[in-house]
Structure formats: structure tokens, C-alpha cells
Write a protein that binds this ligand. Structure first.
Ligand code: MEV
Length: 443
């Protein structure tokens, strides 16, 4: 009998993996089959499996997602084979088609605008603001002193703490101040480094108010609310763009010349600049590529998405992250977004495939990876908008999805070949494939 689903399980994380599997399998109709299925995705080598088990808690198995590559991604004259981890059928094909297209038109251009990351200590304090302002230089020295051991290695690599700023935010929340700290974390994403520094600063702050004689008794208490990096990284910014003469877009679609295509494309992107519903989908197409490379290289795609979407609202409402410029008879398409990435530390070295991906990309620095990833985001975005304003996305999308539908019906290789030929010029849908397979099998 399946276990009741509202049962609270105490101490689950401390159980042995086999026991966890057993408990979970009790939720399934066929327990033995369920355990076999989960185990079938384990690494054969227990040492390798242990690495994965230890990434997270309560690990039962591994969840596979396809790892593909987009060749011909030319960025600033250098060509990369870019790894993408994604389940959506058309993303790698779209990135590859766009990369190939632009490789014949000068490739992608990219520049890193800045690489600064930020963290905050948020606190409530009821004292005299002027005293805090005048003591802030002294406080900064103490902050730096307190983190000497943490920053030593980062400083050797050319990074470290950049600056501190005291923000008086009492108009927003009673007694609320913030210490905003900027960091350079070089090739590491730097989340642990930043958070460790911030937690030290909060200790220093507490002691400072308590022990400094300038503060009266009633000013000695500080309420540290939290110390944490900000995933909004508008100063860790990259720009990628493509450009060509209108004539070089002539052959994209039979029904329009290059200039007409460029103008229709511009209107499509303008719509994503003024309409939030379209902007969200438009940007989703950008993150199709960005997330896929971020995952393949062991980067935190949630942090990247959060920063990107926040950046998309910087003008007061949510807009497209990419923009078209048609001045001087040229089509110029650009994408600017924050990308806080790492190419050393964290999962980049622990996950064997993340390590592999970085090696395949020529062991890039974090700024180099920012440019590659921005180029892939733009590549996917270009492919999506190109399809939308010409043949629509369903033709390509459903062709790619055809194999998934055929797999659902457990089609044989022979059936797949026949179906691929049959649907070459036809609309693909689940119902039509179902119908076709039934006819083929004389059901
Ligand atoms: C699908 O994953 C992404 C698109 O919807 C993006 C877009 O509409 O621009 C095709």
C-alpha cells in the first residue's frame, strides 16, 4: 500500500541512502521497480557516485539532462565549441544555427564592462547618525583588519575588497542602515568569499558600537538583521553584439529583402521593449542559451537569472535585454546583461563535466566566459526572433520534438526513420504522430 503522503518523516537526512530509497519507493505503485529505476541512474563507480551524493542532501540518484554542443561560436575572432546542458529540444539547434550564421558575418563581438560584485550588511541602529558617519573611516580600517586571513589569497590573485559605503535608509524603514561593500572576486564566482567577509564585518560592527567611547549607552545596541551578497550585479556587466549590412540578411526569408527583415526584426524587439508579456518570453529565449552554458560550466543559473531579470527592470519596468540599432544602413543587435560567473572553485572543479566544459572552452577566465555566455544568449535570441518573424517557431520546434513524441510511443528505429520522412514537410503534433504510428502498426 502506498504510504500516506501527509506523513512527517523525522531525521530523514540522517538515514542511510538505502533506507531513504525504501521510504521514497513506498510512495510508488511498484516499489521494487522504483528502486531499480533510481539505482539505474547511479554511477557504476561508487567513488564517482559519492561525489554527486555529496553535492546536496538526501540524494537518491542522478537526474540526467542532455549535454550538447554548439560549434562555430565565434567571439571576438576566436571560435569556440560551446557546451549546453538543456532538455528543451530546439535550444542547441537554435544556438548552433545562429552561431554558424554569424560566423560568416564577423562573428559575435563582446566586451566586459565591469566585474564588480556587491554585498550588504543590513542593520537597525537608533544612535546619532553623524557619529557613525564620522567614525566610518575608522570602521573601514577595522573591517579590513578583521578579514585579512580571508582576503589574503584573493588579494594574491588580484582581487579582494574594493570599498565600503554607509547608506542611511531610515526613510524606508525605521532605524535602517546598510553597509554596502564592493568586491573583485577575479575568476571565482565568490559567493562564499563575499559572505564570509560580510559575516566578519557584522561582528566588527557589533563590537564597534559596544566598545567605542563616542557612543552613549543607548547607542551601544545594534540589531544586525543579515549579512549577505547581492545577486543583483549591475556592475558585473557584459555586452555582446552582432552587426552586418542589410544585404547580408537578404537570403533569410524569401518574402522579404534584408532591409525589410531588419525592420521587421526591429519592430519585434521594440515590442519586447514596451510590452512586459512579450519581454518576458523574449528574455526567456535569451536565458535558454545562457542557463544552458551556465549549467554546463558549473555556474549558478538561478543567480544569473535573478540578476538578469532585475537588470531588465532598471528603467522602471520590465524590458527586453537585447536591442536593435539600424542606423547607417546596418543591422546591429546587442545584448547587455549582468553575469556573475566563476571559472575556478565551487562546482566548476568538483563536477567532472563542468571541468570538462571549461577545458573544452580553453580554460577561460571569468570575463572570457562572460563574453562567451552573452554571445550564446544573443545567438539563441536572434534565432528565436528570426523564426518568429518568418516561418514561426513551431516548424523547427516540433520537428525537434518529433523524436520525443516517437520515444513516448516507444517507436523502433525503423518507425522513427519512416516518421521523420513522413513529417518532413508536414505539421507535427502529438495527435498526428499518434495517428501515424497507429496506422503504421495497423492498430
Ligand atoms: C522558447 O523556449 C523560447 C521562445 O519563446 C523565445 C521567444 O519567443 O523569443 C521561442
Amino acid at each position: 500500500m502506498p504510504r500516506k503522503r501527509d506523513l512527517i518523516i523525522k531525521g530523514f537526512s540522517k538515514l542511510l541512502k538505502e533506507d531513504k530509497l525504501k521510504i521514497v519507493s513506498e510512495l510508488m505503485d511498484n516499489q521494487l521497480e522504483a528502486i531499480d529505476l533510481l539505482k539505474s541512474f547511479w554511477y557504476a563507480d561508487p567513488e564517482k557516485q559519492k561525489v554527486f551524493d555529496e553535492f546536496s542532501e538526501n540524494t537518491l540518484t542522478n537526474f540526467y539532462i542532455p549535454y550538447g554542443v554548439a560549434p562555430n561560436v565565434m567571439v571576438n575572432g576566436q571560435t569556440y565549441v560551446v557546451p549546453l546542458v538543456i532538455e528543451e529540444s530546439s535550444v542547441v539547434a537554435a544556438a548552433s544555427a545562429s552561431a554558424r550564421f554569424w560566423s560568416e558575418r564577423g562573428g559575435f563581438h563582446a566586451e566586459v564592462i565591469d566585474t564588480v560584485k556587491e554585498g550588504q550588511v543590513h542593520f537597525l541602529w537608533k544612535g546619532n547618525r553623524n557619529k557613525l558617519v564620522s567614525a566610518f573611516d575608522d570602521l573601514k580600517i577595522r573591517f579590513r583588519e578583521s578579514t585579512k586571513l580571508i582576503t589574503a589569497n584573493m588579494e594574491k590573485r588580484g582581487g579582494g575588497i574594493l570599498d565600503f559605503e554607509l547608506l542611511d535608509l531610515r526613510k524606508k524603514i525605521d532605524n535602517y542602515y546598510q553597509i554596502k561593500v564592493t568586491f573583485n572576486t577575479q575568476d571565482s564566482m565568490g559567493a562564499n568569499f563575499i559572505n564570509s567577509c560580510l559575516e566578519e564585518f557584522s561582528k566588527v560592527l557589533k563590537e564597534f558600537f559596544y566598545f567605542q567611547p563616542i557612543f552613549e549607552d543607548e547607542e551601544k545596541e545594534v540589531n544586525i538583521i543579515m549579512s549577505i551578497l547581492s545577486n543583483y550585479t549591475p556592475k558585473c556587466l557584459v555586452k555582446a553584439w552582432v552587426e552586418c549590412d542589410f544585404e547580408e540578411l537578404d537570403k533569410i526569408d524569401k518574402s522579404m529583402n534584408g532591409e525589410e527583415f531588419a525592420k521587421k526584426f526591429e519592430t519585434a524587439v521594440k515590442i519586447a521593449e514596451v510590452d512586459t508579456y512579450r519581454a518576458t518570453t523574449h528574455n526567456k529565449g535569451i536565458f535558454n542559451g545562457i542557463d544552458a552554458v551556465a549549467i554546463a560550466t558549473g555556474n549558478d543559473f538561478r543567480a544569473i537569472e535573478a540578476a538578469g531579470h532585475a537588470y531588465a527592470t532598471r528603467n522602471g519596468y520590465y524590458q527586453s535585454l537585447s536591442h536593435v540599432d539600424l542606423s547607417e544602413g546596418k543591422f546591429k543587435y546587442s545584448l547587455e546583461l549582468p553575469l556573475a560567473l566563476g571559472t575556478v572553485g565551487g562546482l566548476t572543479s568538483l563536477h567532472p563535466l563542468a571541468k570538462h566544459s571549461l577545458e573544452m572552452l580553453g580554460k577561460p577566465s571569468a570575463p572570457e566566459l562572460m563574453m562567451i555566455i552573452a554571445a550564446v544568449g544573443l545567438a539563441n535570441n536572434f534565432s528565436a526572433v528570426r523564426s518568429l518573424i518568418t516561418k514561426g517557431i513551431q516548424v523547427g520546434h516540433m520537428k525537434m520534438h518529433l523524436m520525443n513524441i516517437l520515444n513516448h510511443f516507444k517507436a523502433t528505429e525503423e518507425e522513427k526513420e519512416m516518421a521523420a520522412a513522413y513529417f518532413k514537410e508536414k505539421t507535427v503534433s502529438f495527435a498526428l504522430v499518434d495517428d501515424y504510428i497507429k496506422k503504421l502498426r495497423h492498430v
